[in-house]
Design a protein around this ligand. Structure first.
Ligand SMILES: [Ca+2]
Ligand SMILES: [Ca+2]
Ligand SMILES: [Ca+2]
Length: 585
């Protein structure tokens, strides 16, 4: 869509068409799984409460001559927006009688802060700007005003064909600390004769996150403006148009800002970006790839938004360089010129480390200078960019992978299923040429299947008694269950067995069972089951047996407690058990 525009700068303002959406995305981005896990662990559920949003919208329609209606606001009468304060940031320019609702702005709002549609229903303060007015307010010319909201959502693109807006945005991010989240073109937009056209506004910025669609039907590839050859987008999310995938990522960032609470390092713009990108899920994309000089995939970026991993990366906390780090975590730190920080990863014997994702990001620096004074003053925004690299090494040994683009401001290490880490000590090394503040975030999965467990746990037992159904120490616990519950297959240790008992609550008596489960993965499925009469059918339905709590035990184990939902009557009987089975791949 081309529009005659008021701003001298803007040559083209495009919004991303389409408003029909469904809200099944919550499962794809693992939001439902996150809620379930938080409930089990009795943790608060972040909804973006208290996080202010700036929403910039291209005008959907200009009606009347002279113009009497510019459509760019969300429909404030929509029930999904009850309880929210949606302000018209462009009111002094367009006036409230000219500013009207657009389906596009409403669609963006539904995915970003809709009361039940979005993952960030706690967002209640939104300021909306019309895009041409936005550029006139210092974002396309002059100096950007101070941004007091933590997040900006830009579900629009524009081609100014110069560097003004991208540099002003990166300047404002460094100055104010907000995170801009921006959409790219859809497949039917842009110049179809070129393989990639990344818009300058705002797809070409450095200090934000650009977003595509999980089905890959966005224009993606390398930047052509203000720093060429950088790979965009950084992430994808499931929606029919980039306009509506972008606000899903913005909503995820709002969750993380709330979850960080008073920890300002945990909700720093760089930390948020590193966490969201390190968490991104590659599993939907068999063709996902990277090279040593192209940190992310040229279609899917770091992968699909994964709020479950993002939450637990942030929740694992800041972990400083020079130390052995956990399976998930992050750090916000600064490097001197020509220096490195090292982080140690330990893979214990008997285990492997799967799906290691580590990502570092840093900002482009912009120096703003003014030549002359008054109306003829010239503002310059001069950029500089440090060149960081991220390397994974065997500690004291050889290099396993180096991510070192010469143009991007992210570096990324991804160890796929063919590149698991065997027991040993590893080093993640962040290196820079120029002084730089950076954020590093990582996730990984410690894993021990039966074969690995067998190799690590039998010392004297003959091989023919090492099968899953054998019980060489005669404690009544077969080897598979020793593996499942953290037992020693060569020592009697019945304390590891699941325990069932009766518990009183509010005058009712319930039957509970608790069992030990490792915090690492082991290829086993633990299925709690219950039955009234032993002649009946065992049920694992949540309506019959439900998780009550997870509490820590020693080492790598937790107690999982399940309760039979229906109270046990004095005259009746009931049974509970844990069924342990091996995942058949
Ligand atoms: Ca580099
Ligand atoms: Ca045994
Ligand atoms: Ca034992």
């Amino acid at each position: 869509m081309n529009l005659a525009v008021r701003s001298l700068l803007a040559s083209c303002l495009c919004l991303f068409i389409g408003t029909k959406e469904n809200y099944a995305f919550k499962q794809d981005i693992r939001h439902e799984e996150l809620l379930s896990e938080l409930n089990k662990r009795n943790l608060g559920i972040p909804t973006g409460l208290g996080v202010g949003i700036t929403q910039v919208e291209a005008p959907a329609a200009l009606l009347g001559d002279p113009v009497t209606s510019i459509e760019f606001l969300p429909d404030t009468t929509n029930a999904q927006f009850i309880g929210k304060t949606i302000s018209n940031g462009s009111e002094e320019t367009w006036g409230s009688n000219v500013a009207n609702a657009s389906n596009h702005a409403t669609g963006v709002g539904l995915n970003l802060y809709g009361n039940s549609n979005s993952i960030a229903s706690g967002i209640s303060s939104i300021t909306v700007y019309e895009a041409r007015d936005w550029l006139d307010r210092g974002w396309g010319t002059g100096t950007p005003p101070t941004e007091t909201n933590r997040l900006q959502n830009h579900s629009w693109v524009a081609w100014n064909q110069n560097t003004n807006a991208t540099r002003r945005m990166d300047f404002a991010v460094e100055r104010d600390g907000f995170l801009p989240i921006v959409g790219l073109y859809n497949s039917d937009s842009g110049d179809q004769n070129v393989p990639s056209d990344i818009p300058d506004i705002y797809g070409s910025i450095y200090n934000g996150i650009s977003v595509g669609i999980s089905d890959g039907t966005h224009r993606s590839g390398l930047t052509a403006f203000d720093g060429t050859g950088r790979t965009k987008p950084e992430i994808v999310a499931p929606a029919s148009f980039t306009s509506f995938s972008t606000p899903i990522v913005t909503g995820a960032a709002a969750l993380l800002i709330e979850a960080a609470g008073a920890d300002t390092a945990a909700n720093d713009q760089l930390t948020l970006k590193a966490i969201i990108l390190a968490a991104a899920d590659k599993s939907p994309f068999p063709d996902w790839d990277q090279t040593n000089t192209r940190p992310i995939d040229e279609v899917y970026g770091a992968g699909q938004l994964d709020v479950y991993e993002a939450y637990f990366i942030q929740n694992a906390g800041q972990q400083l360089h020079g130390n052995t780090i956990g399976r998930r975590g992050w750090n916000l730190d600064s490097l001197q010129a020509n220096s490195s920080h090292e982080y140690q990863l330990a893979v214990p014997s008997g285990f492997v480390l799967k799906n290691l994702s580590a990502l570092v990001t840093w900002n482009r620096q912009i120096v703003r200078s003014q030549i002359g004074n008054g109306p003829l003053a010239i503002l310059q925004y001069n950029p500089s960019l440090a060149n960081l690299s991220l390397e994974l090494r065997e500690t004291g040994g050889s290099s396993l992978y180096v991510s070192d683009s010469s143009v991007d401001n992210i570096e990324h290490i991804w160890r796929d299923a063919q590149n698991i880490l065997s027991p040993g000590s590893y080093t993640l090394r962040v290196t820079t040429d120029l002084p730089a503040e950076y954020a590093l975030a990582w996730r990984s999965e410690l894993f021990q299947d039966y074969t690995l467990w067998q190799a690590a746990n039998f010392r004297t037992t003959p091989l023919d008694e090492q099968d899953p159904e054998d019980d060489p120490d005669a404690d009544g616990i077969v080897n598979l269950l020793e593996h499942a519950f953290g037992g020693d297959p060569e020592n009697q240790d019945t304390h590891i067995l699941p325990l069932s008992y009766l518990i009183e609550e509010n005058g009712n008596t319930y039957l509970e069972i608790r069992f030990r489960k490792p915090t690492y993965t082991n290829g086993l499925i633990y299925k709690p089951e219950t039955v009234q009469m032993l002649t009946g059918d065992w049920s694992s339905d949540e309506a019959d047996i439900t998780l009550k709590s997870i509490t820590p035990d020693s080492g790598e184990f937790e107690w999982h407690t399940f309760r039979r939902v229906h109270p046990v009557q004095s005259s009746r009987q009931a049974f509970v058990r844990i069924d342990v089975s091996t995942v058949i791949l």
